[in-house]
Design a protein around this ligand. Structure first.
Ligand SMILES: Cc1cc2nc3c(=O)[nH]c(=O)nc-3n(C[C@H](O)[C@H](O)[C@H](O)COP(=O)(O)OP(=O)(O)OC[C@H]3O[C@@H](n4cnc5c(N)ncnc54)[C@H](O)[C@@H]3O)c2cc1C
Length: 469
């Protein structure tokens, strides 16, 4: 577990700290990969260098004919960004397939790239968008095309003193259609068995440009260039699509693992590429999910090492009260909150997968087991304890009781906090939105129907309607 925590205020400061501290230090952004790795004892880290409060890493903006997407921008912000929804919807599609709402509120593009998993879901979309990775180190900045960034499974060209500052992408041409597809073992929280990002520019009925990037079927995500070539200069006919799908399968070099055999993965490459091309040929515009939490992002400046006593002391607002927590060195937010008696914040999986520890951080649902406690410094935390007033339960709590949305009760506070984030955004969310908002919460007693009904009933009561279901 980490001993020291420092917030970098610039890429230069982060890279100098990484170089000075060497193997003992790790960069942290959203913490969703690193927290799990540290819990599993995969690395001996003593110092965490937090890059999430460096202004350039949090920017999404147009710069000339490119879009700058800071490395610490979360998936949720990608989904919410009007600029990216309009000009890079392929990336938005990929972001909405990642993890669950809690993971999307924390996880970042920079973390996905640095982890360099061949199954990373943002990577095929960035590759088809022709992204360049901006690396910042002691010797300055350099731009690396994303096709040259990954060298092997979990390996990249990044030097030890370098951090990822941003991704630069070109806007999708107006005449193009992008489709991101992910095949996993379940709808949420699934590592891709295969993923694919297709971007086709079709002009006068002919394919003018084709980009097909495939993930989880080789040591790194790659462009299926032969398949792309088979499409360019031709109309999108069934035989062309079939040929491209066959060439994409032939280019794959998958492995057998717990999620699927190599043969199955190769077969699924053909299925996804064919399906994607058929969607594009039918002129189907992929649906973009509405934001699930209140959008908006407040940049909180980095505190000094002294202010947070190297990560041992943090100041935050908890359930409306300004609070100082002392002795949080090495802790995650889950245990920092439990340490002050907020026992509604439950630990079950410690890996961000069950949602029992869900709290709201600046109004967004997050799994507090993945949040290093210092990340909450200067921010607003809400837990289930803040919902009721004396004996008066919050409508969500009341509805969980009256609709039998709670059985053993262990997961209930997490469900309620995820639902609270949703109802802070929507007066009357439909069933699909409720299911999406709750996809990151597991109930081992299998009371999902009642839970969805409880949220509908609470929404109805809160907005002055009668009923629910
Ligand atoms: C329950 C769960 C579900 C998940 N589901 C998915 C999924 O569906 N699809 C998917 O692709 N991933 C998934 N992930 C993995 C993870 O959420 C993503 O890889 C995420 O993008 C990591 O970003 P982060 O900011 O949290 O990274 P962190 O955990 O903060 O960091 C990860 C690694 O990147 C390094 N790093 C972070 N930022 C930088 C930077 N700017 N420069 C240099 N190095 C940096 C860190 O040192 C660390 O080695 C899931 C994880 C969990 C726990």
């Amino acid at each position: 577990m980490w001993q020291d925590y420092l917030f970098a205020t610039s890429p230069e400061e982060a890279s100098a700290a990484a170089a000075r501290l060497g193997a003992a230090a790790r960069i942290v952004a959203g913490g969703t990969d690193l927290s799990v790795a540290m819990r599993n004892g995969q690395n001996e880290v003593t110092t965490l260098v937090d890059v999430s409060r460096i202004p350039s890493l949090q920017k999404i903006e147009e710069q000339g004919d490119e879009i700058w997407i800071g490395a610490a921008v979360s998936y949720a912000r990608i989904i919410e960004s009007p600029l990216l929804r309009e000009k890079a919807p392929l990336l938005v599609q990929a972001a909405q397939e990642i993890g669950s709402v809690q993971i999307r509120n924390l996880g970042t593009l920079g973390g996905n790239l640095a982890t360099a998993s061949p199954a990373g879901d943002s990577i095929p979309a960035l590759m088809s968008l022709g992204a360049e990775v901006v690396l910042a180190g002691r010797r300055g900045r350099r731009r690396v095309p994303i096709t040259e960034f990954f060298t092997w499974v979990r390996q990249t060209v990044m030097e030890k003193d370098e951090i990822i500052e941003a991704m630069l992408v070109s806007p999708q041409p107006q005449s193009s259609v992008g489709v991101f597809m992910k095949h996993g073992l379940r709808r949420a929280h699934a590592i891709s068995v295969v993923n694919a990002a297709l971007l086709l520019d079709i002009q006068d009925g002919m394919v003018a440009d084709a980009r097909i990037s495939l993930g989880a079927v080789a040591p790194t995500v790659f462009r299926a260039t032969e398949a792309e070539r088979a499409l360019v200069g031709h109309p999108l006919t069934p035989s062309r699509m079939e040929k491209a799908a066959d060439l994409a399968m032939a280019a794959s070099r998958p492995i057998d693992d717990i999620r699927g055999t190599a043969d199955y993965r190769r077969h699924m490459v053909g299925v996804l590429v064919r399906r994607g091309l058929e969607k594009i040929a039918r002129g189907e515009k992929p649906a973009l999910m509405p934001p699930l939490n209140r959008p908006g992002f407040t940049f909180v400046p980095a505190p000094t090492e002294k202010e947070i006593a190297g990560g041992d002391r943090i100041g935050l607002t908890v359930n409306g009260m300004k609070t100082t927590l002392i002795g949080v060195r090495g802790k995650n937010l889950l245990y920092a909150l439990r340490g002050i008696g907020l026992l509604g914040v439950r630990d079950a999986c410690s890996a961000g997968e069950c949602g029992a520890c869900t709290v709201l951080l600046d109004g967004r649902a997050v799994t507090s087991c993945l949040v290093p406690a210092p990340q909450a410094h200067g921010r607003v935390v809400e837990t289930v304890e803040g919902l009721s007033h004396g004996d008066e339960l919050h409508p969500l709590q009341e509805a969980f009781v009256t609709h039998a949305g709670t059985q053993c009760g262990y997961c209930t506070s997490g469900f309620i906090m995820s639902a609270k984030a949703l109802l802070d955004m929507y007066d009357s969310p439909n069933e699909e939105l409720i299911k999406q908002a709750l996809a990151g919460n597991l109930c081992r007693c299998t009371g999902y129907y009642q839970i969805v009904e409880a949220v509908e009933a609470a929404a109805a009561k809160m907005s002055g309607r009668t009923g629910g279901r």
